[in-house]
Each structure stands twice: as structure tokens, then as C-alpha cells.
Design a protein around this ligand. Structure first.
Ligand SMILES: Cc1cc2nc3c(=O)[nH]c(=O)nc-3n(C[C@H](O)[C@H](O)[C@H](O)COP(=O)(O)OP(=O)(O)OC[C@H]3O[C@@H](n4cnc5c(N)ncnc54)[C@H](O)[C@@H]3O)c2cc1C
Length: 384
């Protein structure tokens, strides 16, 4: 990390820490943390330098996301999902679209939201039921979106739609639409168990976008998913979850070794030591898998190869399960007062609630089903 980003990350961390209890309680978006991302330049972390961004690598994105996750999982998710949209735009957007949007992202003027989930199909990513019509080079969008993180605060949206004139739901486009090109209607409330500060409201998006705002051309969403959306989602989410589980564990350890904690925790007890080791094992395993998958993605000439897709899916599934299990065991270690009550400065109950979403945020079962099919194609069991 360069000194400039360290400063930017620290400013966002400070804003996230200051607002965490309030945004969690009220299920409101972390507006101060987003403002800090805009001002500090962190929104443009992965925007190439020629567009005014920091030009950071995938490894840097993972490191920054993990760090933010230690403070607030909602903030880390908001950040990493935005960077996932940036990567799709940069990798597949046409020149005009990139030149219009990416400098604005780097300047802190454009925060990007993601619209892939649809009411009828649940989380199934590679199909769409929302057809757009095309009229003289203009696409008319009318899209129900049941869950849009930061939807009220975003300046631009990457929206999946069925390609104009598509004959099958699998012909899916990814379209960029600026906030000023859309009428946005909020269809309901956001009152979840955890991830409350993502403020992921249901919305209806209606508007029009010119043809050149289709990212990668008609029907390109499958390729974009394989090469960019899937890898960045799984790496970014896993880094955010790991950060949250590690942050919770670190706060418990500091407490246990401090004056108040020493009265509660006997660190020479074999039971305590076994439990401490168990949490650490889970974190080390996720970290190892995350770093390995990052290296595989970095080196892969073709990210669609089954061994690459398999390990990416395995990372998401295992990181979701292990990080939640780690924080569950951390709560057990801490006991009622610091593990279960909302007022504890250790924030374990929030981490527990937040991490409960991990297996659902693109359902683990969906990825296991995909891996079951993929692994049958890899009879040589070529491990990535
Ligand atoms: C905090 C948070 C933020 C989010 N932000 C956004 C956002 O900004 N934009 C966005 O578009 N989406 C967002 N999502 C949605 C997310 O990406 C998933 O699409 C969504 O969580 C899946 O919802 P689901 O469980 O209803 O759907 P499904 O994946 O349809 O799963 C429903 C149930 O069906 C099971 N199931 C899945 N596949 C099959 C199958 N083939 N056969 C049988 N059963 C199956 C699952 O295990 C699950 O029990 C967010 C989710 C969370 C938790």
C-alpha cells in the first residue's frame, strides 16, 4: 500500500468506526464513510491512473477490503462491490463509456451500485427476466430490483437486463445507467438481521440509456461474470468476511489480555486455549485459501477454466461458512455480556449478525450445485 492509500483507508476507517453503532441501529447507509471514500480518493482505488485513479491491483483491493471489514462489514461490502463494478466497466466498457465514467469515479463523484438480483429468479445470476426495448439506439429500462445496496446513494448503476429481442432468458446484457437517466422508486423498507448499514432497499428503475452504455455488447454478461464479476465478488466478499471475523477475534483477544478481561479469562485453561486455537485455525484456513485463489486468478490465462472457477466458488462457500463459524465460536468464548449484548465495545453480536448473511449473499447451495457440475468435467482433478 502506498502512503496515499494508507491515509485514504485510515480516513474511511475513522468515519466507519464513528458511525457504526448508529448506522447499524437505524439500518441507514454509512453516508459519512461514503463521503470519506469520495474525498480521500478511495472510490477510485482500482481506477487506472490514466483516468485519475490510484491504479491499484486486485491484491491491493483484497487488502483494503479486508482492512475495512475489520471495522464494519457493511462499509467493506459497499466498497468492494463498487470496485467490482469499476472492474467490469474498465474491462468491458467501450472507450466513450470508460472516458465518461471512470474519471468521475476517480474524482469521487460517482459511486456505483449493482443490480443483478430479480424478483422471480432469486439470485440466479446468469438469467434475466427484465427485457429492455431498443428504439433507434436507445434502450428503455424498466427493472424491479429487490435488493440494491446503497441504491439511494449511488450515482450510477450496473444493471442486468434481458438483451433486446432475446429468445432465451440466458441472453443477458449489463447496462450502465447514470442516476440522472433513471426514475428511481423505492418499493419497501430494509430491516434485516445484519448488514443493516448496506441499506439494500427494493427499487424499481425506469429510464433510458444509449446503446453505447451496454457493457461489452449485447449478451456479454456471461463472459463478464466469468472473467470479472464472479472472481471479484468472491475474492472481495471473502476478504470482507475474513476482516470482520479477524477484527472480532482481535477485539476479544485484546479484551482478554487487558485488566478487565484477565479476571474473566483464564488463558492457562485448556478449554479456553482449545477454543482460541479453533477460531484461529478457521481464520488461517480462509486466509490461505483467499491468498491462494488470488494467486490463481492473477496467473490464470483463462478464468473460465473449470479448476479456476471451482476454486473461486470454493473460496466463497468456505469463507462464508468458516468466518461465520469463527465469530460464532468467538461469541461462545466471550460469554453473554461481551458476546451477546449490543452495548459491548467488542461488537461481537453485530459481527455475528452481519456474517450470518455470508452464505446467503449469492447462495452457497447455488455455488455447490455449479461446482458439482464443473467437477464432473474435470476428470483429471486438476487442482488450481
Ligand atoms: C447484504 C446483501 C447485499 C446485497 N446486495 C445486492 C445488490 O446490491 N444487488 C443485487 O442485485 N443483489 C444483492 N444481494 C442479493 C444477493 O446477491 C443474492 O442474489 C441473494 O442474496 C440471493 O437471495 P435468495 O436467497 O432469495 O435467492 P436464491 O439464490 O434464489 O436462494 C433461495 C433459496 O433457494 C436455494 N437454492 C438456490 N439455488 C437452488 C437450486 N438450483 N435448486 C434448489 N434450491 C436452490 C438456496 O439455497 C436458498 O435456500 C445482496 C444480498 C445481501 C445479503
Amino acid at each position: 500500500m502506498t502512503a496515499e492509500w494508507v491515509d485514504a483507508v485510515e480516513r474511511v476507517e475513522a468515519a466507519a468506526e464513528a458511525g457504526r453503532a448508529d448506522t447499524d441501529r437505524s439500518a441507514q447507509f454509512p453516508v459519512e464513510a461514503l463521503a470519506a471514500m469520495r474525498r480521500s480518493g478511495l472510490l477510485g482505488l482500482t481506477v487506472p491512473q490514466r483516468y485519475g485513479g490510484f491504479g491499484a491491483s486486485l491484491d491491493d483491493l483484497v487488502d483494503v477490503t479486508e482492512r475495512l471489514g475489520r471495522t464494519d462489514l457493511s462499509v467493506a461490502l459497499v466498497f468492494t462491490m463498487h470496485c467490482q463494478q469499476v472492474a467490469a466497466l474498465d474491462g468491458y466498457g467501450g472507450d466513450k463509456l470508460r472516458e465518461e465514467v471512470l474519471p468521475a469515479v476517480a474524482a469521487g463523484d460517482v459511486y456505483l451500485a449493482s443490480v443483478t438480483t430479480e424478483p422471480g429468479k432469486g439470485g440466479h445470476l446468469l438469467t434475466s427476466e427484465s427485457e429492455v426495448t431498443e428504439d433507434e439506439g436507445v434502450l428503455r429500462i424498466d427493472r424491479d430490483a429487490p435488493i440494491v445496496t446503497g441504491g439511494l446513494h449511488a450515482d450510477g448503476f450496473l444493471v442486468t437486463t434481458r438483451s433486446p429481442g432475446a429468445t432465451a432468458p440466458s441472453q443477458v446484457d449489463l447496462v450502465y445507467a447514470g442516476r440522472d437517466q433513471l426514475d428511481l422508486e423505492v418499493l419497501g423498507d430494509w430491516q434485516p438481521l445484519g448488514m443493516r448499514a448496506t441499506h439494500s432497499v427494493p427499487m424499481r428503475l425506469r429510464g433510458a440509456a444509449p446503446q453505447w452504455q451496454v457493457i461489452g455488447g449485447h449478451g456479454a454478461f456471461r463472459d463478464i461474470t466469468t472473467a470479472v464479476f464472479g472472481p471479484l465478488a468472491h475474492l472481495g466478499w471473502s476478504a470482507a468476511w475474513l476482516g470482520t471475523a479477524a477484527g472480532a477475534y482481535s477485539r476479544l483477544l485484546r479484551h482478554a489480555r487487558g485488566p478487565a478481561g484477565r479476571r474473566q479469562f483464564d488463558l492457562t485453561s485448556e478449554l479456553v486455549r482449545l477454543r482460541l486455537a479453533g477460531v484461529r485455525e478457521r481464520l488461517d484456513v480462509v486466509n490461505a485459501l483467499l491468498r491462494h485463489t488470488l494467486a490463481v486468478v492473477r496467473a490464470a490465462p483463462d478464468r473460465s477454466a473449470p479448476p479456476v472457477q471451482l476454486v473461486l466458488n470454493t473460496l466463497k462457500v468456505r469463507a462464508a461458512d468458516e468466518c461465520f463459524a469463527a465469530v460464532h465460536e468467538t461469541v461462545e468464548l466471550a460469554g453473554l455480556r461481551h458476546g451477546y449484548l449490543t452495548g459491548s465495545p467488542l461488537g461481537l453480536e453485530q459481527a455475528f449478525r452481519d456474517l450470518r448473511s455470508a452464505s446467503l449473499n449469492y447462495g452457497n447451495d447455488r455455488l455447490r450445485l455449479a461446482n458439482g457440475a464443473l467437477t464432473a468435467l474435470d476428470q483429471g482433478v486438476r487442482l488450481a
